[in-house]
Design a protein around this ligand. Structure first.
Ligand code: GRF
Length: 251
């Protein structure tokens, strides 16, 4: 991934730097992760611009979050398409129209509940990322946090990874672990994990937009990242690599 120059100069009409990495964010639900990324872009911590928010669900609240900020949205139920491929091809076209093509930007999956075809992934090589509410490779699939709670794990967490053709499988960028409390239900654990997602996802997108990520087989090298960072009694967690100051979660 090419290193992008940081700019000291002006901003374009959307308030982003002219060289900010263009992003498409795909959502199927609430879009709290989208919001966390937008907030960090606003705070000047991520050199990126969300150019379009795409959804397969008309009632996805993530679409409202985008509209409130004047970000273009595109939404079509995938059931309207003859095949998974036809839907993905249309998404590639729409995303491309917004200036995100191979080598020019990235696609951020933020609660997008559909597997992407190899054709979609080939359109954005090494540039599609996802967040999953479990410590991969444990508990892939749609109910990661609930499955971990049911299993009785003592440590749960979340993972940001590059997307490949296998569900929740591509090279891991960052993970954060939280203690799972005995007797805690899946919803309560998922809520605590989600809080950490809102730190590690913007952090990973910031690294991506700054050209600091390099995929080496199963491993992701992150230029200049700290080995790990820890929370405290108010919010116990361990993040690896370490979260930079501006991405630390607030209890
Ligand atoms: C998050 O738990 C994320 O890890 C998973 O889907 C959920 C999306 O939440 N992939 P939101 O829509 O970002 O609030």
């Amino acid at each position: 991934m090419p290193r992008r120059a940081r700019l000291s100069g002006g901003k374009n009409t959307h308030g982003a730097h002219p060289m900010a990495m263009p992003l498409a964010v795909l959502v199927s639900g609430g879009g709290s992760n989208l919001q966390s990324i937008l907030d960090k872009i606003d705070a000047g911590c991520i050199d990126a611009e969300v150019r379009v928010v795409v959804s397969n669900k008309a009632d996805a609240y993530g679409l409202e979050r985008a509209k409130k900020r004047g970000i273009p949205t595109w939404c079509r139920p995938h059931t309207e398409f003859a095949s998974r491929l036809a839907f993905d091809q249309e998404m590639v076209r729409v995303i491309g129209e917004h200036g995100i093509t191979a080598g020019t930007g990235a696609v951020v999956l933020a609660g997008f509940m559909r597997m992407l075809t190899p054709e979609f992934l080939r359109a954005f090589p090494a540039a599609v990322v996802n967040i999953h509410p479990a410590l991969l490779p444990s508990f892939p699939g749609t109910h990661g946090a609930a499955d971990a709670a049911k299993y009785g794990v003592r440590l749960a967490g979340c993972s940001v990874h590059f997307v490949d053709e296998i569900m929740d499988h591509g090279p891991v960028i960052i993970q954060a672990a939280v203690p799972a409390l005995p007797g805690e239900g899946g919803d309560a654990l998922a809520a605590r994990i989600l809080k950490l997602e809102h730190s590690i996802y913007p952090q990973a997108v910031a690294w991506l937009a700054a050209g600091r990520l390099a995929i080496e087989g199963r491993h992701v090298r992150i230029a200049g990242a700290a080995p790990a960072s820890c929370g405290d009694a108010a919010l116990p967690y361990l993040a690896s690599p370490g979260l930079e100051q501006e991405f630390l979660p607030v209890p």
